[in-house]
Design a protein around this ligand. Structure first.
Ligand code: 2P0
Length: 325
């Protein structure tokens, strides 16, 4: 009863921001992401008769506390679905995602864990079912089941059976780049779960955010279909700014940005004014991701590396979906 899987992280171009159901992780809005080949998690799950609890190792360290409890709570769902409530596992997970890069390693982590655990326990799940399972570990993780451009359809049912990811375009469809700009010091003060909750509950701008999503999704899919970097980039950048505007209108207000975040945003916009199609997006933290086409690699990299407060720049291509190893 052992299996191992690998999943890449993803960057949202149309953000998931806000839940309508917290336990099931059902989102208020649909979202769209690009899976990235540079960052991934590899996880093995071994269900063993001699265990009476789960044993979780992350990067070869034995994990206890909240992080372990989140894994066990997720495996409880897999055990329930498989009808094997007493099957406990030894889990080894290795993150090839620099934590400082500001990617939710939970996205690659839960996608790899769901795939390995479902296979190990003998639960037959197609990609759609795997996406539904994965979503219940971490919302953005459900998109990492697939490679390339992926949409997470929010669904309308209360049991979550129609809230899952669907592939939009495969990893090899369009050769574009995402640079993860890593800040020298990047403390995240408000976890995305708490940030989402506060925004949904209190932000005056939240209804406008939700209303804006259908247009953004339709337009960005047209841009992807046309391989139009200007269109895709402009929509992604505007969507990111609109998401972050909701946090400024929350009570109490908050922002994920630091001064270096704003410097990077301005540098990207200055670069664009010189004719280089580069666009930024930012998640629930201060780091910035920059989207561009490969012919501009050198210029974009040089500009980003020279900004005061930037520690490193890690460039990624579109990546594949979940695979078994
Ligand atoms: C996203 N983020 O679409 C958005 C944009 C952050 C900003 O998904 O509570 O780790 O596990 O569902 O998926 C980060 O939140 O949250 C996130 P949970 P998750 O990528």
């Amino acid at each position: 009863m052992k299996a191992a899987a690998k999943a890449h992280t993803n960057i949202a171009l149309i953000k998931y921001w806000g839940k309508r159901d917290e336990p099931l992780i059902l989102p208020m809005n649909s979202s769209l992401s690009l899976t990235l080949d540079g960052f991934y998690t590899a996880t093995s799950v071994d269900f063993r008769n001699d265990l009476s609890t789960d044993h979780f190792y992350l990067n070869e360290q034995f994990v206890t506390g909240a992080e372990k409890n989140r894994v066990t709570a997720f495996l409880d769902r897999i055990r329930a679905a498989a009808g094997k409530p007493d099957a406990f596992a030894e889990i080894h997970s290795t993150n090839h995602v620099p934590t400082a890069a500001g990617f939710a390693s939970s996205a690659s982590g839960f996608a790899a864990l769901a795939a390995a655990a479902a296979k190990a326990i003998g639960l037959s799940a197609d990609e759609q079912q795997l996406s539904i399972l994965t979503r219940q570990g971490s919302g953005s993780a459900c998109r990492s089941v697939y490679g390339g451009f992926v949409e997470w359809e929010k669904g309308t049912l209360s049991d979550g059976s129609d809230s899952y990811a669907v592939p939009v375009a495969s990893a090899n469809y369009w050769d574009i780049r995402v640079a993860a700009v890593i800040l020298s010091s990047a403390e995240k003060k408000i976890l995305s779960r708490e940030g989402m909750r506060r925004t949904v509950d209190t932000s005056a701008y939240y209804p406008a955010w939700v209303d804006s999503i259908p247009n953004d999704l339709a337009a960005i899919k047209e841009g992807i279909a046309a391989k139009d970097i200007e269109k895709v980039g402009e929509i992604a950048e505007a969507n990111c700014l609109r998401m972050h505007a909701t946090t400024l209108a929350a009570n109490p207000p908050f922002s994920y940005w630091q001064s270096t975040t704003v410097s990077i945003m301005q540098t990207v916009q200055d670069l664009r004014a010189t004719g280089v199609p580069a666009f930024f997006t930012i998640d629930a933290g201060p780091n910035v991701k920059v989207l561009y086409t490969p012919e501009h690699e050198e210029k974009v990299r040089n500009m980003l590396q020279n900004i005061t407060g930037v520690h490193d720049v890690k460039v990624s291509k579109p990546g594949e979906g979940v695979s078994y190893i």
